[in-house]
Write a protein that binds this ligand. Structure first.
Ligand code: ZN
Length: 257
């Protein structure tokens, strides 16, 4: 399977365009190298720090090719954040595509979900201060040939297709929320998953919605959004917001380019 770098959809390798978003799947191959821009043309892209009040701060112009983000010796410097590594992530700018890649860090690199996003088993999402992981249920075992149920297969949980785990330090599971309804909502004042003590969470923030055997995360118009942890190289687009540690950057075209 080829995992689309634009939308995350898994596609059969016989296809050349993603069935979900229509972008060329060639860009999703690990061997794909973005074309450099013609000589003399600037990269035309910036990372702009987003301040805690939502306003925009320092602008970091990006160069063609690889730009690093991190605490030391990087093009885009992030100081005073213990969850940001010296070399944390790269933004690779090509002529017609840009990629974000986490450099194997402990705390990860996240991209804000626009509207909704299909999640895969093991995906991690930052919402407010909290980190959640999606655990999709493995296919239900078939009854044994003599018709008896497998020991331990009954009476433990209601019918469900997965769980949302709230992770603490060292990935310890703090809470487990069973996905047994078509829609499991999360919010500060309302929802199945309540986050009453987190000021960064909107009153109705997000919903985990069943879609077949998997789960779609829907942002319900929250102020601070939901951020998906990147796995491997992902394409980023104009206006995307990137989160590392507690720092948010907006990837955008340079208006002066
Ligand atoms: Zn796609």
């Amino acid at each position: 399977m080829i995992k689309c770098v634009h939308c995350g959809e898994e596609n059969e390798p016989i296809f050349t365009y993603c069935l979900s978003c229509g972008k060329p799947l060639e860009q999703s191959l690990s061997s794909f190298k973005p074309r450099a821009a013609p000589a003399g043309k600037g990269a035309g892209w910036n990372l702009v720090a987003v301040r805690a009040d939502g306003g925009l701060g320092t602008e970091y112009p990006l160069i063609q090719g690889a730009n690093t983000i991190g605490a030391k010796g990087s093009q885009v410097m992030v100081a005073d954040d213990p969850r940001v590594a010296d070399q944390h992530a790269t933004v690779e700018i090509g002529d017609d595509i840009a990629f974000l890649k986490d450099l194997g860090t402990r705390h990860g690199t996240f991209v804000r979900i626009r509207g909704e996003r299909v999640l895969a088993d093991g995906d991690q999402v930052r919402i407010g201060h909290a980190l959640f992981a999606l655990e999709l249920k493995r296919p239900r075992p078939q009854p044994a040939p003599d018709g008896s149920a497998w020991l331990g297969s009954l009476g433990v949980l209601p019918d469900h297709y997965g769980r949302v785990l709230r992770l603490g330090p060292e990935d310890v599971v703090l809470e487990a929320h069973v996905l047994s309804k078509p829609e499991v909502t999360l919010g500060r004042t309302a929802g199945d998953i309540l986050m009453a003590d987190d000021p960064f969470v909107s009153s109705r923030h997000a919903a985990f919605v069943r879609s077949g055997e998997t789960c779609t995360l829907k942002d319900l118009g929250s102020t601070n959004g939901c951020y998906l942890r990147t796995r491997g190289r992902v394409a980023i687009h104009d206006g995307d917001q990137i989160l590392l540690g507690h720092h948010v950057f907006r990837f955008q075209r340079n208006a002066r380019a």
